[in-house]
Write a protein that binds this ligand. Structure first.
Ligand code: NAI
Ligand code: MG
Length: 392
């Protein structure tokens, strides 16, 4: 039997991950789940939000399901460390970013596919005053390990870094700024990783019949890094004659989301831009309660909802958060390991629930989150899962 590393993490990660396992079991997928420690609790107790033992588990078992973690600003992180760890030089680093980098989980896939009947779907007013609801079906491929989120950054850059930057003529404009008044984040893009993400996007388009792949960057301004994306995309596109290559600028793309989002199929971007467009598209198909993702490397793969730990709902009993993003992430895991029959069955069960509209989470009812939501007719997290299981 397959072993899966289950990493609920913090807050509502602990609520939704068990629900996903419940649905998979009901769909006939049996596995061993081993618990992986990750998140704020371990930062406070051990000064490490991603303990080495969790890395070992993933090295051994290769597949992980992840809930969410809590991250806090630098000073809060220091203040919440156990007293005996304070002042010892521990630095907080996001464990999910850590996982992506440690296992080179460079390909992040975020499908944003509307379910028919979801009250949160994008609608558009047409010229005659009526409304239409084009069904958005976009899949974002986000480079996950480098670019703007590569973590190579400084406030008060060391003298040799500054000197190296000063070899660039444009640094003259900053000559009068003291290093301690300067913050730098780099955007390093490499040919190998860029080829891998763009090829993954085209392969996905080919496999699932999408007609276009859009490189969403900003090559007119970020001439080097976005330029590399576009050049490589043009060259790879030649190997996929049936699929059109489109290129858009990230800013314009965000505007077009409100105009004609249904025309886009697969999109591919560097880390930060991929983060931005995937949130944008997710907003058109139901938002955080529906946004699932996969982080796939050559060996290890970790599946997670896009949302965070939503601390304000952590203690709510019964819980009202939407487990669908987590369950859809689990479906992506099933796809990855070849259990597509079960994942298709689960997605169909979710689709049926949404289309029937009898069981609705608070976000689908557009209610304010909180204990009152249940009195107002929202289903609890567990009731949503139960309904999905009933529909299997
Ligand atoms: P969040 O995603 O945790 O929550 C934002 C809001 O979205 C919530 O207050 C809630 O209204 C809604 N929401 C989120 N998940 C939902 C669900 N399953 N069903 C219904 N509604 C849902 O983002 P926020 O508040 O910015 O961050 C909270 C903590 O989570 C922070 O510590 C942050 O660093 C962390 N975070 C972790 C991520 C991860 O683990 N990958 C990603 C994003 C944030
Ligand atoms: Mg994000």
């Amino acid at each position: 039997m397959r072993t899966i590393v289950s990493m609920p993490g913090d807050g509502i990660g602990k609520v939704v991950l068990p629900e996903a396992i419940r649905v998979m079991e009901a769909a006939g997928f049996n596995a061993n789940y081993v618990h992986g420690d990750i998140g704020w609790e371990y930062w406070m107790k051990e000064g490490n939000a991603l303990p080495e033992r969790t890395i070992k588990l993933l090295e051994e078992h290769k597949t992980g399901l992840f809930g969410a973690i809590t991250s806090k600003p630098k000073t809060d992180a220091e203040n919440e460390l156990a007293p005996e760890l304070k002042g010892k030089g521990y630095v907080y680093f996001s464990p999910i970013v850590g996982l992506r980098q440690r296992f080179n989980l460079d390909i992040c896939t975020r499908p944003c596919k509307a379910f028919k009947g979801n009250p949160l779907n994008f609608i558009r007013k047409n010229a005659t005053g009526g409304f239409e609801e084009p069904l958005v079906d976009a899949v974002i491929f986000r480079q996950n390990t480098e670019g703007m989120y590569g973590g190579i950054e400084w406030t008060n850059p060391p003298a040799n870094v500054r000197a190296a930057l000063e070899t660039h003529p444009k640094m003259k404009g900053f000559a009068h700024v003291k290093s301690e008044d300067m913050a730098i984040s780099t955007r390093i893009v490499t040919r190998g990783a860029t080829e891998r993400i763009i090829r993954a996007a085209f392969e996905y388009a080919k496999k699932f019949g999408y007609k276009n792949v859009t490189v969403c960057e900003k090559p007119n301004v970020l001439r080097e890094t976005s330029g590399m994306y576009l050049t490589i995309a043009k060259s790879i596109a030649k190997e996929y004659p049936g699929i059109e290559l489109w290129d858009t600028n990230i800013d314009a793309q965000m505007m077009w989301l409100t105009k004609n989002p249904e025309i886009y199929g697969v999109l591919v971007s560097e880390n930060m831009f991929g983060d931005i467009i995937s949130d944008g598209f997710a907003g058109l198909v139901g938002g955080l309660g529906f946004a699932c993702s996969a982080n796939v490397g050559e060996e290890v793969a970790v599946f997670e909802p896009t949302h965070g730990s939503a601390p304000k709902y952590e203690q709510l009993n019964p819980s009202i958060v939407n487990p669908i993003a987590m369950i859809l992430s689990a479906c992506m895991m099933l796809d990855h390991i070849g259990e597509t029959e079960k994942s298709d069955k689960i997605r169909a069960a979710i689709a049926k629930m949404i289309e029937e509209g009898k069981v609705r989470s608070y976000d689908m009812m557009k209610l304010r989150g909180g204990p009152k939501a249940i009195e107002q007719g929202a289903a609890t997290t567990q009731q949503i899962t139960d309904e999905i299981i009933k529909n299997l």
